[in-house]
Design a protein around this ligand. Structure first.
Ligand SMILES: Cc1ncc(COP(=O)(O)O)c(C=O)c1O
Length: 377
């Protein structure tokens, strides 16, 4: 069989299962309820203006990896800002959340170690564990009893890690961090906390640890992204000086990948400062997410506000989710259908996100449209 024919057969299988994916250009005439641009910062006018004023001083690309000659003043400034903000000793900024999680987990773990991972962790965590030589143990979603059972059964390793999302990207719920930290301390595990969706949102924007009124310590590694609430691109890892020093020396996604461009780091730093100085953006989206969930529940939709801008409307069947997405597009609304393997089999859904860009009219239009479409479900 020739190669392309082989791929065509695979694609046909994917289509038969209702899992075929296409990229859709979400133009300005669609109301986007799928973006992770929660705070509306990806089109921030103040940052665009500052960028224009400073563009002559900024290189368009970094030119090399961080360890060759790609590490620039603006990245250092961004890292210092993030260390301060996250109350950590040190920080490294790198290409993306995917690169951060895969590189971080692989770098920190060795054969004989063990990694406990929440069942609903992001794919980049799953892939990081696949790249690691450590043993993997999956515990039930946010279930601290199950985690403790598994920690008990696997004691005596040189190093153990608990890896979790802070806000689970497809459910919109928040990890039970106080209990998880208690177990980590009891069983001597280091926590890797993925604050991709918590940064800018929880704990005055500082993330999950601060949401619970706790403080970071040397056994908590806080990873986060600059591509979601911060409206830019890139990611960071905050931790002790030793952890960051070790990552600079061992993280393959830093060593063998070109550093982010100074322009991108400028955007991240500027947007971070706006995020900190404009808490009303955060308050707005959380109020509106609650409003939306309440009104959709009144219409009979099984949807719950979980303290984040992510609302999950589980429909079950893949085709149903796609059909519903298409009906919404016809009415000027974009909500992407999320299907396996992004979510578990049988839990295809519409993942609705609220942004600072949404007006009250936008939200009411969505509620009204979902009211009219209810019977088609
Ligand atoms: C929880 C979580 N971690 C990591 C990532 C990857 O981040 P990035 O998009 O910057 O690669 C995502 C992105 O969707 C995410 O949801």
């Amino acid at each position: 069989m020739d190669f392309c024919r082989f791929l065509e057969v695979r694609l046909e299988e994917i289509k038969r299962k209702g899992l075929y994916r296409e990229r859709i250009i979400v133009s300005d005439n669609l109301k986007d309820f799928s973006s992770n641009d929660y705070l509306g910062l990806k089109d921030c006018k103040e940052t665009k203006k500052a960028l224009c004023e400073n563009i002559d001083k900024l290189s368009l690309g970094s030119g090399a990896s961080q360890l060759v000659s790609g590490y620039k003043d603006i990245q250092k400034e961004l890292e210092e800002f993030l260390s301060d903000f996250k109350e950590a000793e040190d920080c490294i900024v790198l290409g993306s959340g995917y690169l951060a999680n895969t590189g971080l987990i692989q770098a920190l773990t060795e054969e004989g170690d063990i990694v406990f991972s929440d069942q609903l962790n992001h794919a980049s965590i799953i892939d990081g564990i696949r790249l690691s030589r450590a043993e993997k143990v999956i515990y039930r979603h946010n279930d601290m009893n199950d985690l403790e059972d598994k920690l008990k059964k696997s004691s005596g390793r040189r190093k153990s890690f608990i890896v979790t999302d802070g806000v689970f990207s497809m459910e919109g719920d928040i990890v039970n961090f106080p209990d998880l930290k208690f177990l980590a301390d009891k069983y001597g595990a280091v926590i890797i906390l993925d604050d991709a969706h918590s940064t800018g949102i929880l704990g005055d924007g500082k993330g999950t640890v601060f949401h619970y009124g706790m403080k970071p310590d040397e056994n908590i590694i806080q990873m986060g992204t600059l591509s979601k609430a911060i409206g830019s691109y890139g990611a960071f890892v905050c931790g002790s000086r030793t952890v960051i020093d070790f990552l600079i020396n061992r993280m393959r996604t830093v060593i063998f990948s070109t550093a982010l461009s100074p322009v991108q780091n400028f955007i991240s730093l500027y947007n971070l400062k706006i995020m900190v100085s404009q808490p009303f953006r955060r308050e707005y989206i959380l109020n509106k997410a609650e409003y939306l969930a309440e009104n959709l529940r009144k219409l009979g939709y099984n949807i719950e506000y979980r303290g984040t801008p992510i609302l999950s409307l589980v429909l079950g069947n893949e085709d149903k989710a796609v059909r519903f997405r298409n009906l919404l597009i016809e009415r000027g609304i974009f909500i992407q259908a999320i299907r396996p393997p992004t979510v578990p089999e049988g839990s295809s859904r519409l993942r609705i996100t609220v942004s600072y860009k949404h007006s009250q009219n936008d939200l009411d239009y969505l509620i009204d449209t979902l009211k009219k479409l209810r019977d088609k479900l």
